[in-house]
Design a protein around this ligand. Structure first.
Ligand code: CO
Length: 445
């Protein structure tokens, strides 16, 4: 039995608290990467890359790829992917709905969330404002960090079916209350003020509601954690932490190019300019290869030798509904990293990629378990199968077991984060190569 460790839990919960939307998540990662000596690249510029260099590039301020180059010849990309977005309520362009009593915000769903837990809890607002300047436009991130709204339930006396499966109508039931009638016209001004910009200069916005509750560790012996956006910022944090922990002082000559790959828009199908279904990853890999003088044929060899971990959280067995899980492929919280399977390839895992991942876990003593949906239930999908059609790398879908996926407050096992960090660190560091279909050779660095 591996000893349970919680070294990164507090820091991870803090990262999530500071990352209410994908924009803040990417901005926080940029800060961490820059502090660790990584250089920001722009997709608009020529890239002059040097062996042993450390770099990152963003698209739309909501997706990010960080990579570092080996000292010698490139041999394989090692991509750990996760997603920066979570289901939230987006505030519409004309944001206020006012009547003679109240001002509410006009919102719509982003992604498929559980609606009921959004009622009766303090909510705040974050995102980005697009500001007109003398030179043109500039984007300013904003996070109100204070309770500004509540979506009030209807009292039981006015809705006797409330406990018997009430159907929630987002447009009618879920507009957050912001102020009394005197607050009319003040919401965008308030956000501009909080962002430190003039309200008149704000001519565009992408703003979202988020729950104010902070992440906590709780339960008998602190076995559990609860927070917003564990799906998938827990995996984002694990990947970044493993990526930086595997960064040696001197670039190794093992030919591996570790890549921390974070995509926006997984919750809405990934088919956007910055999603996993877009060209962001492929474009970046091609540009790395070109900058390092790799031929077109050499690039294809590189991709063939590469591997991707697609990390997105998985459903743990639910204490009140254990029958919803597969009879045996049913992960538990604190049971280790979950390997996700689906016969119809909604997950990329197959026998070979699962075996490669298990081999890596064994090198660093990380426990793993398996997930599959019940055969009579359709499940979700994730970014691995979408990204790997763009960049045809061998891939495995993994994640951490959690409850209440897509609730504004999700629950996971406190000990699992450390397991994922260790497994991803081993993934970035351990040389192995699939020399022919299904045959893998572990090689010395
Ligand atoms: Co997810």
């Amino acid at each position: 039995m591996t000893e349970k460790r919680y070294d990164h839990v507090e820091d991870m919960l803090h990262f999530i608290d500071e990352s209410p939307t994908a924009y803040q998540a990417v901005a926080n990662m940029k800060k961490t990467l820059e502090a660790a000596g990584y250089t920001a690249l722009s997709e608009n510029d020529d890239w002059q890359l040097t062996p042993g260099g450390r770099y990152f590039v963003t698209r739309n301020g909501s997706s990010l790829l960080a990579f570092r180059l080996p000292a010698g010849t490139l041999k394989a990309f090692r991509i750990a992917a996760a997603h920066s977005d979570s289901p939230l309520f987006k505030i519409k362009a004309e944001p206020e709905v006012a009547d003679s009593c109240y001002v509410r915000l006009n919102v719509e769903k982003y992604g498929g969330m559980l609606c009921a837990p959004w009622f009766d809890r303090p909510l705040s607002c974050a995102g980005r404002l697009i500001v007109k300047t003398e030179e043109g436009l500039r984007t300013v991130l904003v996070d109100a960090k204070e309770p500004l709204f509540v979506i009030p339930n209807l009292a039981i006396h006015m809705n006797r079916e409330a406990n018997d499966g009430y159907k929630i109508n987002v447009q009618k039931d879920m507009l957050p209350l912001y102020g009394d009638a005197s607050a009319k016209g003040s919401f965008l001004k308030k956000m501009a003020f909080l962002a430190g910009v003039s309200a008149e200069a704000v001519i565009g916005q992408d703003l979202y509601l988020y729950p104010c509750e902070k992440g906590i560790r709780w339960g008998a012996e602190g076995a559990f954690i609860s927070s917003g956006r564990l799906d998938d910022l827990e995996c984002v944090y694990a990947s970044l932490t493993a990526f930086l922990a595997s960064d040696p002082a001197e670039a190794p000559d093992n030919g591996l190019v570790p890549i921390h790959a974070i995509f926006d828009n997984e919750e809405v199908g990934s088919s956007t300019r910055e999603g996993a279904g877009a060209t962001f990853l492929a474009d970046t890999l091609v540009r790395i290869a070109e900058a390092m003088g790799v031929s077109a044929a050499g690039y294809r060899r590189l991709v063939a030798a590469s591997f991707m971990l697609s990390a997105d959280n998985a459903h743990a067995v639910h204490p009140a509904a254990p029958e919803k899980s597969d009879p045996v492929n049913r992960p538990v919280m604190n049971g280790g990293v979950v390997i996700k399977y689906n016969a119809n390839h909604r997950y990329t895992t197959d026998g070979v990629s699962a075996a490669i991942f298990k081999m890596l876990c064994d090198t660093c003593d990380v426990p793993y378990q398996t997930f599959a949906n019940r055969s009579d239930m359709a499940g979700g999908s994730t970014l691995g199968s979408i990204a790997s059609t763009r960049v045809p790398v061998r891939s495995v879908d993994i994640g951490l077991a959690q409850l209440a996926m897509h609730s504004p407050y999700e629950t996971a096992g406190a000990a699992d984060l450390e397991s994922l960090i260790r497994a991803e660190k081993a993934f970035f560091e351990t040389p192995f190569e699939e020399t022919e279909d299904g045959c893998v050779v572990m090689s010395e660095a």
